[in-house]
Design a protein around this ligand. Sequence first.
Ligand code: FA5
Length: 341
Amino acid sequence: MKKRLEQLRKDALAAFEKATDPASIQKLETQFLGRKAELAKLSKEMKALASAERPLVGKLINDIKKDISDIIQKKKSVSKSGTQSSVAFDHTLPGITPVVGHVHPIIQFLEKIEDIFTTMGYEVVEGPELETQEYNFDLLNVPEDHPSRDIQDTFYVDKNDKRGRPLVLRTHTSPVQIRAMKTRKPPVRLLVPGRVFRNERTDAGHESTFYQCEALVIDRGIRVTDLIGTLELFLKRLYGEDVKIRVRPHFYPFTEPSMDVDMSCLLCGGSGCVFCKQSGWIETLGAGMVHPHVLVNMKVDPKKYSGFAFGLGIDRLMMLYYGVDDIRLSYSGDLRFIEQF
Ligand code: FA5
């Protein structure tokens, strides 16, 4: 009996070794472990054996069953993973292109501006979007009851500063002038890009969230002509030699004298369109010579030093650069717009 059992083990293992597909493994399982299998018959015949021999043969039968079960398990897992991989991974199928984002057109444009100014020796600094009224207004020569606060109406948040006044979403990048000068001494050339917020009624040229880029230069003997020369050089580097600029007197509490600088509308070539409100000009930035009070707030002596500052409206400059006629497109999240850049 032992001989028959050993032969059976040999035959079974050899048969399973050759089997590759699940159907033939299943067939062999029935053939060798089923109720009518040779092994089952031999188990029944065990009763006829001498009692001394029975445990030995019983153990042998169990060993053979275990060997056959092990090889079935092994074969099934190989055949299963083989089947899965052949179905799930087909090298010849075209791949799925992953969706890859890219830098927003406003930030791409801001980087161009930073490049122009950093080659002129400017240092790029940033400041917080949530500001105290002190930095956003007071230290820029805009006291609490000053009417020019109304021009930059903003969003106040439900959190107070140390003086118990609500914090504001900054209305411009100018507060960073004061913050930056806490740790610097003249001469300085600073560039401050960032997001600003205003309680605006939106239209093709106005948003309630938009980008500005502030510049601050303080040194001995800085004059208005340095300011205008810098702006002209910057705008020509950005848009080309043909660009025309127009300087108009304006009022900003933090500069004296102050001016607004317009650029010829590149969308309509100056003939008038919805973006330039039919005027042929676009207001692109505010500028001026830093007010002596503001210099004092920066702990800079106005008798020794003078400076200029300007705040570029990045969105509008970007629109002129690419020919975009509605500012709201930039913040719409519309991929048909974003993917063009
Ligand atoms: C200011 O914000 C001043 N802080 C600029 C400044 C800095 C003046 C330093 C002097 C010295 P103003 O409110 O004009 O100024 O805004 C500056 C520019 O931001 C504008 O010329 C315009 O291009 C842009 N801008 C203003 N409001 C909006 C708006 N709602 N949507 C889009 N762009 C705007």
